[in-house]
Write a protein that binds this ligand. Structure first.
Ligand SMILES: Cc1cc2nc3c(=O)[nH]c(=O)nc-3n(C[C@H](O)[C@H](O)[C@H](O)COP(=O)(O)O)c2cc1C
Length: 355
């Protein structure tokens, strides 16, 4: 069996101490103005101390109008540097590697927070960005990465998944632009590729750069995403790719991409020094070992890490049986999951909290 606890060298910076990563998890525990709260710090630090090799923040918005959720951690201004710096410092002391997930919700911005939602093209009441605004959006992703680096994080993960702004650009269904950022697959990927190249150019040689992608739905075609991934591997700017599969055993919904399960469909591509991580229903140490066996380098753990703060340390015991939920709010409080996070889980994800 592959060893979950073998360190994972990355192309930049220090190796991950092991192959278990805390998935990015929106938790709505930050202050209303986007500054870090004690609840958010405590929740993340507990998982870092619990042994995760990579501890990732929730999606953090890179522009004010990219806010997707109330209580979201923000990274769009130096105003947030103090909180981010203290979080990065605390995380570093645990021995984990740390990353901020860089996010812009685009047309999925929270209307209670954002008056002028924007997207690639008009979508759900959001207006299309001008070409200059697209370039500013790219620059603001880069500025946020520089900010994360200044704060002391080991890296950033660009959130290109789940139908948020970068997906809205990638998808031919939601991107109907006629400038250089729309049309061909190359043009629809231009903003994303500019963001990644911009981060590499603006940050130091040790910054660990990850990218989360969806590989189906949201108007995406799996085989087109696979071609994009081949290009990303050729460019070799990434330290890791994080495929959000929602179920690591599933096949694509696209009929022309069902030759192999999604994990294998991407793992078979030669990837050089770029590491491949996957997320989706990794609930037990055996599930995590299985994704490595199938060709991934890194297992991202979401709900099982909410339910089991010490998932990574406890996974060393083959006989350990993780809590699978649903659990009550008292159980979650003891796992350092505070009431706003419990409410968010209850209203958006079945099977974690008892109704
Ligand atoms: C409460 C919750 C919040 C999430 N927030 C984010 C997020 O901020 N960014 C992101 O890319 N994915 C987010 N996801 C998706 C997770 O990172 C993960 O990919 C997904 O939950 C599947 O993994 P799991 O089955 O281990 O939970 C979230 C999922 C949950 C359950």
């Amino acid at each position: 069996m592959p060893d979950l606890f073998a360190p994972l060298p990355l192309a930049h910076g220090r190796p991950l101490p092991n192959r278990l990563a805390l998935a990015p998890l929106t938790n709505r525990q930050s202050h209303a103005d986007g500054t870090l709260s004690e609840a958010e710090r405590t929740w993340l630090l507990r998982r870092a101390r619990g042994g995760f090799g990579l501890t990732m923040t929730c999606a953090s918005h890179v522009q004010p109008n990219g806010q997707g959720f109330g209580g979201q951690l923000a990274i769009h201004s130096d105003v947030f540097l103090d909180g981010l710096t203290s979080l990065a410092t605390d995380l570093r002391e645990t021995g984990t590697r740390s990353a901020v997930q860089l996010h812009h919700a685009g047309a999925r911005a929270d209307r209670a927070e954002v008056a002028d939602p924007v997207s690639a093209s008009e979508l759900d009441g959001a207006r299309a960005l001008t070409t200059e605004e697209v370039q500013q959006l790219g620059a603001d992703f880069v500025a946020a990465a520089v900010r994360a680096e200044r704060a002391g994080f080991d890296g950033v993960e660009v959130h290109g998944a789940h139908g948020y702004v970068l997906t809205q650009f990638l998808s031919a269904e939601t991107n109907r632009r006629t400038d250089a950022y729309g049309g061909s697959p190359e043009n629809r990927a231009r903003l994303l590729l500019e963001v990644l190249a911009g981060i590499r150019a603006a940050c130091g040689p040790d910054l660990q750069l990850g990218l989360r992608l969806s590989v189906e739905r949201f108007g995406l075609r799996t085989l087109e995403v696979r071609e994009l991934v081949e290009e990303l591997y050729r460019r070799a700017e990434l330290d890791y790719l994080d495929l959000s599969l929602w179920d690591v055993t599933k096949h694509s919904v696209d009929e022309d991409a069902q030759r192999l399960p999604l994990l294998e469909l991407f793992a078979e591509l030669p990837r050089g020094d770029v590491r491949l991580g996957v997320a989706g229903k990794v609930r037990t140490p055996a599930d995590a070992a299985a994704v490595l066996e199938r060709g991934a380098d890194l297992a991202f753990v979401g709900r099982a890490a909410i339910l089991n703060a010490e998932f990574a340390d406890l996974a060393r015991d083959p006989a350990w049986e993780p809590e699978a939920g649903p659990v009550d709010a008292g159980y979650l409080a003891a796992q350092d999951v505070s009431p706003p996070f419990v409410d968010y889980l209850r209203s958006n994800f079945r099977g974690v909290v008892t109704p």
